[in-house]
Design a protein around this ligand. Structure first.
Ligand SMILES: [Zn+2]
Length: 257
């Protein structure tokens, strides 16, 4: 018999080279149900464990995941896709950020920036509010580059920085769920909640950097603050570039124009 998987020639029920079964079970409704149930159960349980672990002791649990146990957290890309999806649904349903919240006041005149630029920036801010998941995902490489350069001495690889920053972004997005529950309870808190949400996101990010990248304590704190500052500026510039590139095609993808 020849193995489907590795093309090794073998006798018996299992490939002696890669261990694959020589025949596959036929699908029936029972096996489909059992497979689906086992998959859903393991994903759901691991998802809630990940939410809990990254909320209470993110730095320690991220280290466990990176260096000891890869089954300890839901894989970062799945976690990000899930939280991004949740945020997109919630954003469209509750219009979280479509408040004109981050707009310059109409008719404002600033000496260092032209009126045309203010209009352009206001359109950009409206876009970031509408596509908050996309802009957050595009910010991940910016945060990764900044944390990699600033915490270079801690000997984490670029890939590890990417994983850490992906988890941070996903976790911040999930905190929006909490926000939406509070908003359902009292819609008039919107501006206050969004202010606090942004503050809490920054504090969360700071806490993870500070906990992950041990060093001289005061230096780590200063570096974490510097890293966040630079990463926000870099993400802003990067997203503005992407927006400028997308602008000619915006009417194609934007149902609100
Ligand atoms: Zn084989």
């Amino acid at each position: 018999m020849i193995c489907d998987n590795c093309h090794h020639r073998f006798k018996g029920n299992f490939c002696s080279h890669c261990g694959k079964k020589s025949d596959v079970d036929r699908f029936d409704m029972r096996s489909i149900w059992e497979e689906g149930y086992t998959f859903a159960k393991s994903i759901v349980v691991l998802f809630f464990q990940t939410v809990y672990r990254l909320t209470v002791h993110a730095p320690q649990h991220l280290k466990t995941f990176l260096f000891k146990d890869r089954e300890f957290l839901l894989p970062s890309i799945e976690y990000l896709l899930f939280s991004g999806t949740v945020v997109s649904i919630l954003t469209f349903k509750f219009n979280f950020f479509q408040t004109g919240y981050s707009q310059f006041e109409p008719g404002i005149h600033l000496t260092f920036i032209s009126d045309a630029s203010i209009t352009y920036l206001n359109q950009f801010f409206a876009y970031t509010e509408q596509y908050s998941s996309l802009t957050n995902i595009l910010a991940i490489p910016c945060f990764t580059i900044c944390s990699y350069l600033i915490f270079y001495k801690e000997h984490y690889s670029l890939g590890e920085h990417l994983i850490i920053n992906t988890y941070i972004a996903a976790q911040q997005a999930l905190f929006l769920l909490l926000l939406s529950l509070l908003l359902l309870w009292n819609p008039s808190w919107k501006a206050l909640l969004i202010d606090n949400y942004i503050g809490a996101s920054i504090v969360y990010n700071f806490w993870v950097y500070y906990g992950m990248f041990a060093g001289k304590k005061i230096n780590t704190a200063l570096n974490a603050a510097l890293c966040l500052f630079l990463a926000y500026i870099l993400s802003f510039v990067f997203n503005l570039c992407i927006y400028s590139l997308l602008l000619p095609y915006r009417a194609l993808i934007d149902p609100f124009i």
